[in-house]
Structures are given as structure tokens and as C-alpha cells.
Write a protein that binds this ligand. Sequence first.
Ligand code: 0WD
Length: 262
Amino acid sequence: MKLLEGKRVLVTGVANRWSIATGIAKRMHDHGAQLAFTYQGERVRDEVEKLAGELGGGPVVECDVANDASLSAMAEALRPFGNLDGLVHSIAFADKNDLRGTVYDTTRAGFALSLDISAFSLIAMVSTLRDRFNDNASILALTYLGATSIVPNYNLMGIAKAALESSVRYLAYDLGARGIRVNAISAGPIKTASMRQVSGATKMLDVVPQMAPLHRNVTADDVGNTAVYLVSDLSSAITADVHFVDAGYHAVGMLPPDFTMK
Ligand code: 0WD
């Protein structure tokens, strides 16, 4: 059964084939969605155009979320695509130096930049596209456990994700009267370019299979499956939620007494 037949979805945050947004786009395409993509700049343009070509040949439009003119130009360029039934926000940035060491060494400029691109960008995209969502559309953002729990080295990005998750809830309230839903998927660690910026992050991939109830890491496909559900009408009463796709890791509070890390 195809869950997204007839739905138009805008996907942001594809940088390469390992991006979580790539996994989401593939699963949405499998479920019959018509996809449009944004790309951040020339550096990733070819990669995004290639993916769009493989997934239905929809429009590919530049959008740097740090730039208001770029956001407005994106909205204009997407007009022929038609109104949206879904938006996937899969964007984050922090200076590498703010993803290691101590949080109290974060600079004012680093904080402002990371919160702008990783959290305000969701508000900015919704604001820019506010008249372009169909009633009952679904908006999705990507977050991580480090928003609400201490994950060493995730540091500033955890603070930015806390702002993002709160933005999800307030936007859900703003848009609820139109039946528009806003949710976040909290994904377990997945090896991507962004993830590698966090000091020691690849070691997290060894920890999760030992501790998580499902004893495995998650993939961009796992996240994509949940994204399909959250944009489909099957999740019609779910909004303002943070939905974990992390093999159950978030629910583990203590290890067994005989546990030794491999
Ligand atoms: O373990 C992971 N990989 C997790 C990622 C676990 C849980 C959540 N996430 C989140 C990230 O924080 C992010 O919100 O998922 C989202 C997607 O991240 P990703 O797929 O892990 O990383 P990546 O493939 O690097 O995509 C993020 C993209 C950027 O990629 P690069 O590598 O080029 O920085 O965010 C985009 C950009 O394409 N991006 C921007 N887009 C528009 N305007 C901007 C910007 N100013 N800055 C970054």
C-alpha cells in the first residue's frame, strides 16, 4: 500500500547519499510522494539534482536558511510545484569547536550561528511557506536525544535541539487550527557528515547496539519509514510530538549489573 500517493513534499537537508534526508526522500518516493528538494549551495547542488532525478525528477531549488532573501526566492521558485502536504526539515550546523570540550567555552557568535541554522530555520521556513501549506499538511524536523539528556560533546547542538523541539510544539499550536501537524523525529546516531563533526561520535555507534533494547543501530531507512508514517494520514491525530527512532535507546535508564562494554 502506498501511503503518500498524491502528496507533495518539500525535502531539505540532502547533502549526499548518506544524509538522513536522502533516506527519508527514498522512502517517501517509494510511497508515491511527489518530491521537491532544496540544496544549501553549489557545493551540494549536483548531488541533490542527481537524487531528485532518481526520485521522480521534481524541482531542485537553492535555499540557505541563514539568508532571508534565499528563503523568499526558494518559496517563489517552488510556486509551480503547487501547495505542500509535507515539509522535511533536516538541517543543522555548529562550529566543530563547539562539539567538543566544555559548553562554557561556547562563544556568543557560535551560539547565535548554531541556534539560527539549527532551530530558527524551522520557524523561518514555516513563516516563509505559511500560505503554501495545504490544510492537514505535516511538518517534520530531525532532532536528537542530546536535546533533553546529557550526551558528552554534543554540547551546543543539544542546546540548539532543545530550542528546535520547543519550536516544534509552539508551531504545532500555531498551525493546529488548519489541521497542520508539526512533529520531530529523534533519530539514533547515524554515520553522516554532520554526525562526524561531534567529537568521538563514531564511538556512539558501538555503544547503541550494546545498550538499546533492539541491540542495533538505526539507519536513514528506519527514519524514512517513520517519516512516511508521520506525513501520511495514518498519523492524523499526532502533533507537537517528539517520536524516537533509536532502537529504544532513549528508554534505557540503567545497565544490568553484569554488563561490560565490548
Ligand atoms: O546521527 C545523526 N546523523 C543524527 C542527525 C541523529 C539525530 C538527528 N540528526 C539530525 C541533524 O542534527 C540534522 O538536523 O538530522 C538532520 C540531518 O543531519 P544528517 O543527515 O546527519 O547530516 P548531513 O548529511 O550533514 O545533512 C545536514 C545538512 C547539511 O549538510 P552539510 O554536511 O553540507 O553541512 O544540513 C544542511 C546541509 O545540507 N544545512 C543547511 N541547509 C540550508 N541552509 C544549512 C543552511 N544554512 N546549513 C546546513
